[in-house]
Design a protein. Sequence first.
Length: 164
Amino acid sequence: MDITFKRAAESDIPVIYQLADKIWHDHYPSIITTEQINYMLKARYSEAVLKEQLQLGEQIYLAFFNDTPVAFGSIELKERYYYLHKFYVEVSEHRHGIGRQFFNYLLSQTDISKPIRLQVNRQNFKAINFYFKMGFTIESVGDFHVGEGYYMNDFIMLRKPFAQ
């Protein structure tokens, strides 16, 4: 299995958007409405928003299978922990080990002595189970207004640092 990774540049923004659009429309209709998917894609993955995220230091990475982009993720160092902003793998590539390899690659870009936090929709059972396998536990529950009357009903998950 030929999986490669790279840190995204501004020139990769169209690829990131195409992946986000495909993944969200393939995966999320059973969890949130199509209207909310479209709203969140526009609010979080427009060219201007992604460009700003990159300029502010968010590290976005792409994963490729046989030179075809199949996943993207981003991680950011906060003061005392890392925050996993995005971690998405094409639905057609689930259960092929790409998510695990990509997650391990993202970990290799961090200081493993710091914890990692993320938010995941409470109905996203596949992702929650994946994060459990990656060493995360549920830290808390939250409902976050994201605009236009839409909410993210999430678990906040934590992966504790490894002892040195």
